[in-house]
Design a protein around this ligand. Structure first.
Ligand code: SF4
Length: 419
């Protein structure tokens, strides 16, 4: 669904979750459940995600495979022994893709029914990525009725020429109508995905898209800085000189414009690429994604989905047909497993946590790892603070405003040399 996944979808198990390896654990660990829908009607020109057009005939069996995989969790994961159902509960569910809004409400409900065989938190966020071109009032009402309580709408741009250039199959009028219908259907937690640094995009074009977005007042906005991915039509067109994309300075200007516009419009910039509407009575941050940024455990189901559980990272088979065959045969669809070293877990906890405005708590780090941040990274922290990229305030380490523009330079300093 997204042009560029600016979050790193890496999460590792918190230290206390090692108790999941034991069978007598009585304290449920909260996990996020990610459901990957590997189908799209058409393929956008910039997209290298594990998503396929033309495989609609597989969708029905894919749904059954998802349900089978969910029911086997987490024992479908190699190396994880049988875990009593009381040992974890689902705190959030995220249907991502691909295009989850290709599914019928009945198909989504089949997956939710499988998930509900596990304990689920009372007010769990159940989020679904939606293409505006798929949405109608009756469909949206049906989604709401089966328990979906948040929509992430793939708006990308409010410029019809740009949408065509990207290979999107909706236009701006469709996006606006879909948003209004979602409100009418009762969705009170709606997010927009918007892309910048797009081919031939000027700062003025981008600001116009931002203004159209805030005029609709969604509850959350995620921004994606386009990157040209190898193997995509965009990569071929750039190589052939047929497509011009803004340079890094222009992209930085667009990012700054977003910071300014969204701040003026009352949005909280809580993560490098994410903003939540400021509301005294409600937290509109993406609860599922907060788990990733806080490096907490999650389970992913579907073709190519990732999981982090019990100190391991797992990646499922990519090909939908193979995934379906394995899962329906009662076999694990996991293709690769990586045990996470404490050094890698600490590094990723910082890389992910520093994406958040709240940063990383010094006491939380020490409690989780038994070592202080200063003990592990002292000279690096001193250097990055002196460079004006990191700041420590009230016991929390966070990026400075300048550091947000140079996040990758900061993050790479915390990865172990071997990774
Ligand atoms: S909708 Fe477009 S960007 Fe999203 S996964 Fe499908 S092809 Fe990729």
């Amino acid at each position: 669904m997204r042009g560029r996944e600016t979050i790193l979808l890496h999460g590792l198990l918190p230290k206390d979750a090692s108790a999941q390896r034991t069978s007598n654990d009585t304290v449920p660990v909260e996990i996020g459940l990610y459901v990957h829908v590997a189908f799209c009607r058409t393929k956008c020109f910039y997209c290298d995600f594990n998503a396929y057009a033309g495989l609609g005939h597989l969708v029905e069996s894919y749904i059954r495979a998802l349900a089978a995989e969910i029911e086997q969790l987490p024992t479908a994961l190699p190396g994880v022994s049988a875990t009593p159902r009381r040992s974890f509960r689902i705190g959030s569910i995220f249907f991502g893709g691909g295009t989850p809004s290709l599914l019928t409400p009945a198909q989504i409900e089949t997956v939710l029914a499988a998930a509900r065989r596990w304990p689920i938190a009372a007010h769990a966020e159940i989020s679904l990525e939606a293409n505006p071109g798929d949405l109608s009032l009756s469909y949206l009402k049906a989604l709401k009725a089966i328990g979906v309580n948040r929509l992430s709408m793939g708006i990308q741009s409010f410029d019809d020429a740009m949408l065509r250039r990207l290979g999107r199959r909706h236009d701006t009028a469709t996006a606006v109508a879909a948003f209004r219908q979602a409100r009418e259907a009762g969705f009170d937690n709606l997010s927009f995905d918007l892309m910048f640094a797009l081919p031939n995009q000027t700062l003025d074009h981008w600001e116009a898209t931002l203004e159209r977005a805030v005029a609709l007042a969604p509850d959350h906005i995620s921004l994606y800085n386009l990157t040209i991915e190898p193997g995509t039509p965009f990569a071929a067109w750039v190589a052939a000189g047929k497509l011009q994309v803004p340079d890094d300075d222009a992209a930085a200007d667009m990012y700054q414009a977003a910071i300014d516009t969204l701040d003026r419009a009352g949005y909280i910039h809580y993560e490098i690429s994410n903003w939540a509407r400021r509301a005294p009575e409600r937290d509109f941050r993406a609860q599922h994604n907060l788990r990733y940024w806080r490096n907490q455990p999650y389970l992913g189901v579907g073709a190519g989905a990732h999981s982090y559980f019990a100190g391991y990272r797992y990646v499922n088979l990519l090909a939908p047909a193979v995934y379906i065959a394995r899962s329906l045969a009662g076999q694990s669809p996991v293709e690769s497993t990586e045990q996470i070293s404490p050094e890698l877990e600490m590094g990723e906890t910082l890389m992910l946590g520093l994406r958040l405005a709240e940063g990383v708590g010094l006491a939380e780090f020490t409690e989780r790892f038994g070592r202080s941040l200063g003990d592990v990274y002292g000279p690096t922290l001193t250097e990055l603070e002196a460079a004006g990229l990191l700041v420590c305030t009230n016991g929390r380490l966070a990026l400075t405003p300048r550091g947000r523009f140079l996040g990758n330079e900061v993050f790479c300093r915390f990865l172990p040399a071997s990774s």
